[in-house]
Design a protein around this ligand. Structure first.
Ligand code: ZN
Length: 261
């Protein structure tokens, strides 16, 4: 009899352990045009608090050319522009969308509801069939993401935040105006991050599509290719593997999180 109880207790323990491991919340945030050198405790107190040893890099690399839609396509498909064929930086509503599978397909396969909130019309290119909810929301993407996460079940959101690109083009990358805009973005993310922290096991990925230099971006200047990657979660994540993080590596990284690995 004691043996049966012991087996029963063990089964309960294992069920509990596997339940605790299941990730129900995955939030991927791309802050458009974010230069890694802008990330410090003064400029971005919220993001900086997430930057734990081994769970972030400031030396990520975008694709060539490092432009918004080309880079986000690489981020979501895991493919270089040569592999995906998406070598131009344009898309208009009504034109064909991405032909390859994306992170949204990976999320669906793992039983997640998916949402995509983006701040520039051209990113609509990436809103394929595996996206349950999508919206072009230049200003209220964060509110939409919060509303989506308030519903139950496994949920994956890709949130694209713009603003920095315009500050960079008008005033220069890493200029006071650029840093002010980034501080504002950091502050607006606080309620969303608090919400996902209440959703049991969660994963948060913050990255960008490219940086820039002076008032330019999208060129072959080394600064333009730079991007950060910050990973956070509960239970705590394994450390990033060593080596240069490339934007094409994001899909497999997030796919592992969606699979609970
Ligand atoms: Zn961009």
């Amino acid at each position: 009899m004691r043996k049966i109880f012991a087996a029963f207790a063990l089964a309960l323990l294992l069920a509990g352990a596997s339940h605790a491991r299941e990730v129900e919340t995955v939030l991927l945030v791309s802050i458009d045009a974010l230069h890694p050198d802008a990330l410090n405790a003064k400029t971005v107190p919220t993001l900086h608090a997430l930057m734990l040893p081994g769970r972030f890099t400031l030396a990520g690399q975008s694709v060539d050319p490092p432009k918004t839609l080309i880079a986000h396509t690489a981020m979501l498909t895991g493919l270089t522009p040569e592999q995906s064929g998406k070598k131009d930086n344009d898309w208009l509503p009504g034109q064909p969308r991405v032909a390859q599978t994306t992170l949204f397909d990976d999320a669906r396969r793992q039983g997640f509801h998916t949402a995509f909130y983006y701040a520039k019309p051209k990113l609509g290119y990436l809103a394929g069939a595996a996206v349950d909810e999508q919206a072009l929301v230049p200003d209220d993407g964060i509110d939409r993401a919060r509303a989506f996460f308030r519903q139950g079940g496994k949920r994956f959101v890709f949130l694209h935040v713009s603003g920095l690109e315009y500050a960079g083009m008008n005033s220069g990358w890493l200029s006071p105006d650029y840093l002010d805009e980034l501080t504002y973005i950091d502050m607006t993310l606080v309620p969303l991050f608090k919400d996902i922290g209440k959703r049991g096991a969660w994963r948060l990925i913050v990255t960008s599509d490219h940086a820039g230099h002076a008032r330019e971006h999208g060129t072959r200047h080394p600064e333009d290719f730079k991007l950060p990657l910050i990973l956070a979660g509960k239970p705590e994540l394994p450390p990033l593997s060593s080596g240069v993080f490339r934007i094409t590596g994001l899909r497999s990284l997030v796919r592992q999180m969606l699979a609970g690995e």
